[in-house]
Design a protein around this ligand. Structure first.
Ligand code: ZN
Length: 179
């Protein structure tokens, strides 16, 4: 479920609530959405800061000529984060066929966080499909391009940028809703 759908869903609930209360003037005060804003603004900021951090990490790894493959990039980023004492967990994956998996999250902002991960993985899936179109499915040329260090790092930067846009839009919508 994308962010737009979540927002629509919450707006619909809010307008139902407003109608039930008989006070819908140009609808709504989107109560549910405002609750989500209140609950998740700290998480949104943390996720924005994390995306910035990861963009910097992948940019650095992508500029290091000793990284040749996507695996090299992942290892370099992991090593860098570990050296900083940062422990990470994988929230989603996209395989070489473009199949996206998003891990179920826990906590009050799980729905938003899963959608942000989906926005991230969708970038990878679309990029994988573009490469397949250009180079053929599972051809040696595709495999080489898909696992190329520069391409991998660039695709991660794009994916974290999409995640950032997601959270910025959330914050923006919260502000517009008066949160
Ligand atoms: Zn990614």
């Amino acid at each position: 479920m994308g962010y737009a759908e979540i927002k629509q869903d919450l707006d619909r609930e809010a307008s139902r609530e407003a109608k039930a209360g008989g006070a819908c003037k140009g609808c709504p005060p989107p109560k549910k959405f405002l609750e989500e804003c209140k609950k998740c603004s700290t998480r949104a900021d943390a996720n924005l800061a994390w995306a910035d951090k990861m963009i910097a990490e992948y940019t650095k790894a992508g500029n290091d000529p000793s990284n040749v493959t996507g695996t090299d990039i992942e290892n370099a980023v992991d090593a860098s984060l570990t050296a900083q004492g940062i422990v990470t967990s994988v929230a989603g994956t996209t395989d070489a066929s473009g199949n996206v998996k998003v891990k179920k999250q826990k906590g009050p902002c799980a729905r938003l966080e899963e959608a942000a991960t989906r926005a991230h993985e969708d970038v990878h899936a679309n990029h994988t499909k573009d490469l397949q179109k250009k180079l053929g499915k599972n051809t040696p040329a595709f495999k080489k391009a898909w696992n190329d260090a520069k391409d991998w790092a660039g695709d991660e930067v794009n994916a974290y940028t999409a995640e950032k846009k997601y959270w910025e839009k959330f914050k923006d919508d919260c502000k517009k809703a008066g949160a």
